[in-house]
Design a protein around this ligand. Sequence first.
Ligand code: GDP
Ligand code: ZN
Length: 315
Amino acid sequence: MGAEGGRVSLTGTVRESSGGMYRIRLESGEEVEATLRGRLKRASRAGDRVVIGDRVDITLAEDGSAAVEKVLPRSTIIARRVLGGRRPKVVAANLDRLLVVMAARSPSPSLSTIDRFLVTAEAGGLEGIVVINKLDLPDAEEPASTLAWMYEAVGYPVHQVSAVSGRGMEELRAVLCSGWSALVGPSGAGKSTLLNALDPTLHLRTGALSRKVDRGRHTTVTSRMIKLGCGGEVADTPGFSDVGIWGADAESLENCFPEFRPYLGHCRFRGCSHDHEPECAVKQAVADGDILQSRHESFLKLLGEARAIAPEPGG
Ligand code: GDP
Ligand code: ZN
């Protein structure tokens, strides 16, 4: 903290972002509303936004107004690639983990969606966790244990839960009630219901219908960090519910599949894309049953998407 010409400099965390207003929690615990200083505003328009979770330097003027002066380095990011856009769009910063929530059934689980989100976690430096919900439904057991087996084999923690019956919720609580998390996954997987079950005071809206109605309205998009009664914080941003194009660029994509890593560098060709090339160590591992075929398929699908996005000129 410093003071200069009647202004006070402080550091805080962005807890809410809505239409150019940022709610910042200061280190003292006090919260202030701030706008962006001119330079940051221009950067923001160019796509380099200030996002929830960001640590920022702000100044408080004598009239009580606050301005974000600077974004401090981010430890992790959740980024979304926008088709036609040149750069990933960051939607949240400094979160510890990404929980990929899938229903065991209704809606049917999608492996490529799980893999897409896990790549987002890997690319942004977050811990990836798979949550399989709705275990209370009839015939949920079998698809759930198949998913659990697959992703445990890859090396991710898996939680099999039911927001309705409470099964597995104590373990999930232990994960969510410390640090900062984000829940992602298709609409209807039960993300809001799970959070309401962990903290009934949240009263988050549930049901795919209410959300669809919401999206049609041209209201200001609000992103915020939700504090759970048990202590953890969860990012709530509309950008998460879309299954857009997420993840890494073509060159770094292979590193976002942790089980590929032992084989990287062992292909015959340098720069092997693990697609059509002969003597590919990754494809051999798939043939040997050491890498799941569905994961290799997801890799190829995402590789195709990453290549379809034009790289930034000169970069
Ligand atoms: P979100 O779009 O991922 O936030 O999903 P919601 O929380 O809105 O839930 C979608 C629907 O699934 C709602 O009708 C919930 O009541 C239902 N649901 C959520 N969790 C469970 C669960 O564990 N079991 C069952 N049977 N239904 C659930
Ligand atoms: Zn290869």
